[in-house]
Design a protein around this ligand. Sequence first.
Ligand code: BGC
Length: 492
Amino acid sequence: MVVLLGCGPREQPFLWGSATAAYQVEGGIHSADWSEWERLGNIQNGDRADDGPRMTEHYEADLDEAVAMGHNSYRFSLEWARLQPRDGPYDGEALAYYRKVVKACRDRKLEPMVTLSHFTLPAWVHDVNPGNLSYGELPEPKGWEGGGGAPGTGPVVTQFAQFAADMADEFGDEVDLWTPLNEPLVQLTATFLNPAAAANERFPRAPGGPRPDLTPAMHALTNFIYAHARATDAIRDHDTIDADGDGKATQIGIAQHMRFMVPGSQQADYVVAAGRAEYAFNFLLLDALTKGDLDYTLDGKFTAPFEGQGFNDLRNRLDFIGVNYYSRSEVLPITFTAKEPYRDEEFSLRMISGETTSFGGPVSDLGWDQFPDGFYEVLLRTHARYALPIYVTENGIADATNTKRAAFIAHHLRAMQRARDEGADIRGYLHWSLLDNFEWVRGFSPRFGLLTVDYADPERKRTRTAGAELYSRIIADEGKVSDELLAENPLR
Ligand code: BGC
């Protein structure tokens, strides 16, 4: 803790750094919903998170390297399933481990930003779909989609708020920046709306099966919204220590995946679809947590049961907005249905398609379109809508051959600079990721790291990529990206 004698709060410098998530970099986590999903054989090439970069063994050297690259911040997550593998007391070793990580950040003058659920839940909070049952045959759902009755009343909301309170008690003396949740909308679309997708899905898998039913996704969305709000209240109550001396004990945001939405054609229904997708995917959850507007029918009106505007128990629950930006999406009109309490009639919701390469420009190894202008747009639109501080909590590229990352970084930092020049109050940029990691269902083949990891080496040797070197140079130059630098590094 910084003790200030006779001087005012110190302004936080612009944060430059990178991000990771516990399940993707630690290994040794066996009580999460994702551990079960792995055991069921759902990961490409049979990869297992245990064989990853093992940051639990190497975190000090990794953080040294972050500092050597000029970083002054590091975003990571606390793994709830490691900390509380059963519904009972916390695991002492896990608490001690994260205490060391937080201290290692402070010792190195890396401002920690802490996430409390980055795509995983303990298995006692969330069971997984064994894969062979259809939606109607599944047991009573738990986790984000759990709890019948009024929206936002799932047991996960109270469980998560309690976890947040406990983590604020435990780490609040060292941590000021919190992002309780990572990308709820990605979890929703990947988990509930994409029949071919990810862990824990309860959606019938058969292609050409019944029309997508939005009900479980909407139920989960309201649980996410309320979980964030209640976790925020808990952190504000339990973390009262200003660790970095900026006059604030906590700043709480959300890591919100935001995409630039492009209509798949200029036909009117496609254009409407793109607007609705932007609202539903980028803004609806943020509207709830800033203005208190709860619109889970996604229609921009507030007339359905439980809906409303200005709810006091939801509004003002974001001190900043965390923007995770990767790419743009092509939007196609798709019809979903939903049941009570969300809406008792069929309605048309136009959602995003999957990843697409149809734009024809340079793409990542995963086929994600590289579109820095979309980053600029998303940042400016977020600023215009909320006028809150923004941290870029993720931005990065899958690039196993190390031929694309440097240009990707240069062009995205230039786009960010343009948004700042036009008034967006951006306080930091955290690249995804510090090092190569377990890319969920895709296993280890996508490589997002500034440091690339040799998985064949028992020591998991790390090597700086060209992107890491260029990012360091730009940080040393206070974020400036010249025209010459852009010209030397065309997107490819
Ligand atoms: C997630 C990360 C993931 C990254 C790249 C983000 O949506 O927060 O966990 O590794 O995308 O796929």
